[in-house]
Design a protein around this ligand. Structure first.
Ligand code: FES
Length: 180
């Protein structure tokens, strides 16, 4: 007889981890211009973030959306059930693509350091629509009780088709679990 251990059981449905590509496919954003802007990465100019549509019922069916579709966010579509993944100053971040205030796509937002008397405490993103800001790690907004959903990120060794580990790391993401 075998028993499933609830602590090791892989999460399924909307809480499943999904692969968002090798770490080396993300430019390391060191500036404070729009996240989705193209930057040099592996001798190519690529968008500063990747955006995925992630079905609530099954995250493993996540699909990448072309970032260029968001250059003109007024032109249609919405950012619901989408996550944007990017690297800011060496740290991988995954957050809801839609601004919690009024759903503007945050790939148009600008990242910044949250500082106090010259000491960097955290990092944030500023939404250009109404200039509200959100902490990229806690999701806390600078106005009202609006909170940005922050997703979990893991870096895992890449494996070849034969299952062998390589030196490269892959970026995996999932919706944050609610506890209790
Ligand atoms: S939509 Fe982002 S601050 Fe209003």
């Amino acid at each position: 007889m075998s028993f499933l251990n609830p602590f090791t059981r892989p999460s399924r449905g909307g809480a499943a981890w999904f692969h968002t590509g090798p770490a080396s496919s993300y430019p390391n954003i060191l500036d404070d211009i729009r996240v989705g802007e193209r930057r040099l990465c592996n001798n190519e100019h690529v968008p500063g973030c990747k955006v995925f549509h992630v079905p609530r019922e099954d995250s493993s069916l996540a699909t990448e959306i072309a970032i260029d579709d968001w250059k003109d966010p007024e032109s249609g579509g919405n950012a619901r059930d989408q996550v944007m993944v990017f690297q800011y100053k060496g740290k991988f971040i995954a957050i809801n693509h839609e601004c919690p205030h009024s759903s503007y796509p945050l790939s148009n937002g600008t990242p910044f350091d949250i500082e106090d008397f010259g000491v960097t405490l955290s990092s944030g993103i500023s939404c250009p629509k109404h200039e509200w800001s959100f902490d990229l790690h806690t999701g806390k907004g600078d106005r009202g009780s609006y909170k940005l959903q922050v997703w979990e990120v893991q870096l895992r060794p890449s494996t070849s088709d034969g299952g062998e580990e390589r030196e490269e790391m892959d970026v995996w993401v999932r919706r944050k679990q609610r506890i209790g």
